[in-house]
Design a protein around this ligand. Structure first.
Ligand SMILES: Nc1ncnc2c1ncn2[C@@H]1O[C@H](COP(=O)(O)OP(=O)(O)O)[C@@H](O)[C@H]1O
Ligand SMILES: [Mg+2]
Length: 268
């Protein structure tokens, strides 16, 4: 049984004041190997919690997950995480960051060196291998983070707002890179984002989550990621269906936010 199967996952956090937060309730999801899922939803709807549970960093209060037929019970190199920022080893060179996983796995430098070089080429860092991480721009650092994750050859890549800290132009380039990596590596990817456009562009499937309790509200199958593999993302955005979906989902999230804030429309 290949792929990622998530069954009735719930997560309840007990708070020091005796209250609790139902961060997730009965979340079920099946992902085939190689699928690219984007996850959208207002703040607090449990996106990060879901990713942390799939990564094995958190144990759910109910439910279970399997990857390729075996149960997920904790962190493992088969599931790699790319964070928004700040998770690199600043004092190491680009090459050493990307080599970290293979080195920790006990492999010899001569065995992984060419793989690491290849990955650095794929993410466009061929001229920056010996630079220190702190010398790089935010976009470059996220390229390192992607390459470092891929160097462990995970089956599933989990990304929590990986492009959220980047400026608009860099972000657009990185969105194309994510699609390129998806196509070239065939990895299963779950990508959390705050941006409706990004979720539409990158999600072959897209789920919109709702808060209180965190749950899956709506799911879409979308053509735009497949289009974006070969086309300029700006052209993809011009597709009439893109604008329609964007409006629909923006309204959906707007309504949820309004409900959370206890208002029915934009503040005057
Ligand atoms: N360790 C924790 N302890 C208590 N509450 C938490 C903890 N982690 C997350 N939460 C709560 O669970 C809910 C979902 O959080 P999170 O998964 O971070 O949402 P998102 O990533 O969608 O913004 C929020 O209400 C948040 O405050
Ligand atoms: Mg989050």
């Amino acid at each position: 049984m290949s792929g990622l199967h998530i069954e009735n996952l719930s997560m309840r956090f007990d708070l020091p004041d005796g209250g609790h937060v139902q961060a997730l309730q009965d979340v079920s999801l099946d992902l085939k190997a190689g699928e690219l899922l984007s996850v959208l939803g207002p703040s607090g709807c449990g996106k990060t919690t879901l990713l942390n549970i799939v990564a094995g960093f958190l144990a759910p209060t109910a439910g279970q997950m399997t990857l390729n037929g075996h149960r997920i019970t904790g962190p493992d190199a088969e599931r790699g995480m790319v964070f928004q920022q700040g998770a690199l080893f600043e004092w190491m060179s680009v090459r050493d960051n990307v080599s970290f996983g293979p080195r920790m796995a006990g492999r010899k430098a001569k065995d992984y060196r060419s793989e690491v070089d290849h990955l650095l080429n794929v993410v466009g860092l061929q001229d920056f291998k010996e630079k220190m991480v702190y010398e790089l721009s935010g976009g470059m650092q996220q390229r390192v983070a992607l390459a470092r994750c891929l160097a462990n050859d995970p089956d599933v890549i989990l990304m929590d707002e990986p492009l959220g800290a980047l400026d608009a132009l860099t972000r657009e380039k990185m969105q194309s890179l994510v699609l390129k990596l998806w196509q070239e590596t065939g990895k299963t990817i779950i990508l959390i984002t705050h941006s409706v456009e990004e979720a539409l562009l990158l999600g072959e499937r897209l789920i919109v989550m709702a808060p209180r309790p965190g749950r899956i509200h709506k799911e879409y199958n979308l053509p735009f990621a497949a289009m974006g593999v070969d086309a300029d993302l700006r052209e993809v955005k011009k597709h009439p269906d893109f604008a329609t979906r964007r409006e629909e989902i923006l309204n959906m999230i707007w309504d949820m936010e309004a409900e959370i804030m206890g208002t029915t429309g934009p503040a005057a």
